[in-house]
Design a protein around this ligand. Structure first.
Ligand code: ZN
Ligand code: ZN
Length: 295
């Protein structure tokens, strides 16, 4: 197919206009959830702000804190989460740390990030109980094994994560300009991947709001991932137990949920993984709990 619009037409012709992931209903309180399952909920994702909560047993970890502190608390509460046990940061850009400082005043939890990212954030005046590591290192956290991996992005020392709990593996990759060997090696065997799908190449090229220099930055090796780059990543890491791909950080102008979902669903279908679910996280609100493994 020539481009993403052809892909969408293909799905419309098949009568498939939207591919929604299975998720647990928003009105299920935390206490009723299956404590054995690792689940995650994206509180918000996009250029305005990013935060995700991952629950394993009794513990809850927040990955990035890029919404206002009020929104972090309100949206977590809406998902039945009253207390966060730790925060993991991917990088220091404001759409990933905006609410951190104020949030920590009400919940003083340890913040895990690379030593360089912690240094930059300390310089900007953020006080926290820093737990630092080097990109590529793994560590235990609240019953999970956290594996960090380096990524390319225009931040000081950005990382992605794989969170392992028993047999379950959740991959988290946001704000990466280029798919590297370090990324594909780290993401082998994940059952669920939460990944940035920032832009559609044709929509970015056609965009008239952004100057050429910004477009260059977005599509550079230190910018953001396109739908097509995510499809190429899946070609490398695909395996039969991959169950779910949740797309995040979609550009409001240069991507759309139907386009991104169609491109990734088509890639999975080509790989013989049509059973895998594809859906998008939203900027404005959490869309529920996604189990890392299982339907
Ligand atoms: Zn960034
Ligand atoms: Zn970002």
């Amino acid at each position: 197919m020539e481009n993403t619009f052809d892909v969408i037409r293909f799905f419309y012709e098949l009568g498939i206009s939207s591919m929604n992931c299975t998720m647990q209903s928003l009105d299920i309180p935390a206490a009723m959830a299956d404590d054995e399952q690792v689940q995650f909920s994206v509180l918000g994702s996009g250029s305005v702000g990013n935060a995700t909560v991952v629950r394993a047993g009794e513990s809850c970890v927040m990955v990035d804190a890029g919404l206002s502190a009020r929104q972090l608390k309100d949206r977590a509460k809406r998902m039945g989460v009253e207390t966060i046990d730790a925060i993991l940061l991917t990088h220091e850009h404001s759409d990933h740390v905006k609410g951190l400082s104020i949030f920590l005043k009400s919940q003083a939890v340890p913040v895990y990030t690379t030593s360089q990212t912690a240094y930059v954030l300390r310089q900007s005046g953020i006080t926290a109980e820093w737990r630092t590591f080097e990109a590529g290192q793994s560590f235990s956290l609240l019953g999970m094994e956290v594996r960090s991996f380096p990524i390319l992005h225009d931040a000081v020392d950005p990382v992605g994560y794989v969170l392992e709990h028993g047999e379950t593996r959740l991959g988290i990759l946001s704000d990466a300009g280029h798919v590297t060997h370090a990324i594909t090696a780290a993401l082998q065997g994940v059952q669920t991947l939460f990944v940035e799908a920032n832009y559609d190449e044709a929509l970015l090229a056609a965009d008239t709001k952004r100057p050429w220099s910004i477009k260059q930055r977005i599509s550079s090796r230190h910018g953001h991932l396109s739908n097509k780059q995510v499809a190429a990543l899946l070609e490398i890491i695909a395996h039969p137990r991959l169950q779910r791909v949740v797309l995040g950080h979609l550009s409001a102008d240069c991507n759309s949920e139907p386009i991104a979902e169609a491109v990734i669903a088509e890639a999975l279908r080509t790989l013989g993984l049509q059973h895998a679910q594809v859906c998008c996280a939203a900027q404005a609100e959490p869309r529920g709990w996604w189990p890392v493994a299982g339907a």
